[in-house]
Each structure stands twice: as structure tokens, then as C-alpha cells.
Design a protein around this ligand. Structure first.
Ligand code: NDP
Ligand code: PHD
Length: 370
């Protein structure tokens, strides 16, 4: 990135829970400048401050208060090099596909394209190598695209757990199996989300579709990309080192921050000790940090020594929610090692991941900025 250059970006779903986090982060971004804000026809035509039910603890950034919200159609975003999407999954599929067809680079939070065999599912600290599938995605569109593509980031619970798993696989080789039990914040369900009478004084032991997503997304992210003799690339879904994942997902009365209890078994025997695991997690330095992404935190995984951390209220906004916090690393009597991980679902679990993915794509020249 050249000193002093800025890149125009748009936000789809700008009025939602994830959209508001995008606006907060992008308003302070050193490269990206908000050029267009899209939402439903209920919001289109209104100034942003009138259209949104703002739920962030900082005020609406002054630069966007009076920006007119537009319908999510590409013609309103034609000056943008990048479009971030926090759209409701009911509409994200068609809208994001239309933006790609209009040759725009789309970075999406929604689940719609995550399973697509030509769309990368990228957790920025884990698998930026999957950007390698983009030329194939562009070539397959009709007509083939020069600039347009879709990149998705993962489900918020998947993102939080995949970051320590990446660090552990890098240090100790393949993980064979993982059991994960989540305690997911209410904001994960958007606004107004879960009714207060369901969640206050309560735990709901079911989040539709969530367990399946954690189980297969982890395999796509941690797997590599295989290339056939014909040069066609495909995600290998961790097939070279099969990983079994079992997830149990719960909604708990916390506003932001998903907490997950994780047990893992390594392929290598003997497995690493808890102290070796702590050291590997704390030392983890992903490419996003070394190549100079402005949103990458100083410490990607914060390892707690205290017996009662991480906790969502205390740890979710450390480093602006761009890192994950791990604690209680100890021996597991059934598998090998168990620990607790906390990730901010609206930050690293959503908007921050999209923004980091876009930063990586800019630095690698995948986003065409002229
Ligand atoms: N909340 C979280 O922690 C996470 C969410 N996600 C995913 O991100 C996406 C957004 O989630 P979230 O912010 O929670 O959802 P919200 O329900 O809070 O926001 C949805 C957004 O989509 C817009 N929208 C709805 N219908 C249409 C339409 N027909 N045309 C154009 N825009 C429309 C809304 O606009 P309007 O205000 O005008 O109705 C709003 O801006 C979802 O796919 C979700 O699964 C992913 C990870 C974490
Ligand atoms: N379902 C998640 C949030 C979410 O929207 O996930 P996804 O992007 O995978 O649909 C939660 O409720 O906490």
C-alpha cells in the first residue's frame, strides 16, 4: 500500500449488528474510506443516523451520520474497490452474486457461499493461502471476471476456535479430533434477535445449524488446496490428515463474546504438554501480522495464566476485539489437551475478519484498486 493512498469501500447490511461494527472500524481505518452504505428498502433513502438503531457503545461516526442509505444494487457501489457484506443470510446469496457479476470484490460474513467449491472461507490468521482459488473463481464466471470475486469469513464460533487450532497444528502437526462446547452471546443472533424472555435467567442448548457449521467449516479452513493433474484446484477438507469434530452449541445471556470449551487429540505421540501448548499459542504470529495488516493486533492469541479467565465481560474488547483469548490450558484425561477460548463474535468473529481479509488481499495485489 502506497503511503497516503485511500481505497473506497461500501458496506451492505450497514444498519445491522455486523454492519454497525464495520462502520465503527472502517471510520478509523488508515486505508479504507466509506463511499456507500446499503440496506433494505426499509432503510434506503434515509440518512444513516435515521435508518439505523445504533447499538454500539461509541457514537455514530460523524462522517456517516448524514450519508444516504441506498438499496443494495451494484450501480450505487460502482466507485468502490471493495464491498463488505453484513447482509441477512436470507438475501445475501442473490445480492452478493450480483455484486460479483458487476466485477466488485465482495468480502462477506454471511453463510451463503461458504460451501461453494470456488469460494475461499478465510479466517485471516489461519488460511490466507486459500486466496489462491480466486483466479479459478473469476475464470468460471460468465463472462470471466477481472476484478470481481467473493471471499467469505467463517461463522463466529468457528473463527474463535480455528485460530488456536491453527497455532497448534503449526507447532505440533495435525490434530486428530476435537470436542467443542460453545457459550454464544446474544448479539450473534442479530437485532432484535433472541427474545428477552427466552434468554434472561436461562441457557438455550440449541442454535439452528450452528453445530454443523462448526464441524465442516473447521475442515475447509484447516485443510489445504489440492491441485489436480489438469491444474484444477480444490479444497481438501483436511482430507490428508482426517480431523473429527464434535460441536455442542448453546446460547447464553452474554451480550458480546463467544466462549468455547475445547478438547483436542493430536496425531503425534506423545502429545505436547500443557506448557508447550501455552508457549506455542502465545508465540503464534500469523502472516496478517508480519505482512503489515493495519488491523492485526500485537498479540493474536492472548494466553491467560489466571484460573478464571478468559471471561467475556473482561476480555472481549482487548485489542479492539481483534485477538482471541485462551486460558485454562490443561491436560484432558480423555483426549490430550483442553482449554477455553473467547472470541468477540462481532469483531474477530465477523467485521474484523472481513476487514483483515481485505487488507491481506490488497497487500497481495488480489484487490484491484485502480
Ligand atoms: N451477529 C454476529 O455476531 C454475526 C453475524 N454473522 C452473519 O452476518 C450477517 C449479518 O448479521 P447481523 O448483522 O447479525 O444481522 P442483522 O439482522 O442485525 O442485520 C441484517 C442487515 O441486512 C439488511 N437487510 C435485511 N433484508 C434486506 C434486504 N432485503 N435487502 C437488503 N438488505 C437487507 C438489514 O437492513 P435493514 O436494517 O434495512 O433491515 C441489516 O442491515 C448474517 O448473515 C449473519 O449470519 C456472522 C458472524 C457473526
Ligand atoms: N449463528 C451465529 C452468528 C451467525 O450469524 O453465524 P453465521 O454467519 O454462520 O450464520 C450465532 O448465533 O452466534
Amino acid at each position: 500500500m502506497q503511503e497516503g493512498r485511500t481505497i473506497k469501500v461500501g458496506v451492505l447490511g450497514a444498519t445491522g449488528t455486523v454492519g454497525q461494527r464495520f462502520i465503527t472500524l472502517l471510520s478509523a481505518h488508515p486505508w479504507f474510506v466509506i463511499d456507500a452504505l446499503g440496506a433494505s428498502s426499509r432503510s434506503a433513502g434515509k440518512p444513516y443516523a435515521k435508518a439505523v438503531k445504533w447499538k454500539q457503545s461509541t457514537p455514530i461516526p460523524s462522517a456517516v451520520r448524514e450519508v444516504g442509505v441506498v438499496e443494495c444494487v451494484p450501480e450505487h457501489f460502482k466507485d468502490c474497490a471493495i464491498v463488505f457484506s453484513g447482509l441477512d443470510a436470507d438475501v445475501a446469496g442473490d445480492i452478493e452474486a450480483a455484486f460479483r457479476s458487476a466485477d466488485l470484490a465482495v468480502f462477506s460474513n454471511s453463510k451463503n457461499f461458504r460451501k461453494d467449491p470456488h469460494v475461499p472461507l478465510i479466517v485471516p490468521y489461519a488460511n490466507p493461502a486459500h486466496f489462491a482459488i480466486i483466479p479459478q473463481q473469476q475464470a468460471l464466471q460468465s463472462p470471466p471476471l477481472k476484478k470481481g470475486f467473493i471471499v467469505t469469513n467463517a461463522n463466529c464460533s468457528t473463527t474463535a476456535v480455528v485460530i488456536p487450532l491453527t497455532a497448534l497444528e503449526r507447532a505440533f502437526g495435525p490434530i486428530e479430533s476435537m470436542l467443542v462446547t460453545t457459550m454464544q452471546a446474544i448479539s450473534g443472533a442479530g437485532y432484535p434477535g433472541v427474545p428477552s424472555l427466552d434468554i434472561l435467567d436461562n441457557i438455550v442448548p440449541y442454535i439452528g445449524g450452528e453445530e454443523e457449521k462448526l464441524e465442516w467449516e473447521t475442515l475447509k479452513i484447516l485443510g489445504g488446496i489440492a491441485e489436480g493433474d489438469d491444474g484444477v484446484k480444490a479444497f481438501d477438507m483436511h482430507a490428508r490428515h482426517p480431523l473429527r469434530v464434535s460441536a455442542s452449541c448453546n446460547r447464553v445471556p452474554v451480550i458480546d463474546g463467544h466462549t468455547e470449551c475445547v478438547s483436542v487429540r493430536f496425531a503425534r505421540r506423545p502429545p505436547p504438554s500443557p506448557q508447550q501448548v501455552r508457549e506455542a499459542l502465545a508465540a503464534f504470529t500469523p502472516d496478517a501480522q508480519t505482512i503489515g495488516c493495519p488491523s492485526a493486533p500485537r498479540h493474536t492469541i492472548v494466553v491467560h495464566e489466571e484460573a478464571d479467565r478468559p471471561q467475556p465481560r473482561l476480555d472481549r474488547y482487548y485489542q479492539d476485539g481483534a485477538s482471541v483469548s485462551v486460558g485454562r490450558v490443561r491436560q484432558c484425561p480423555v483426549l490430550d489437551i483442553k482449554f477455553v477460548v473467547l472470541g468477540n463474535n462481532v469483531s474477530i468473529g465477523a467485521a474484523t475478519s472481513s476487514i483483515l481479509n481485505a487488507e491481506i488481499a490488497v497487500l497481495k495485489g488480489i484487490v484491484v484498486t485502480k
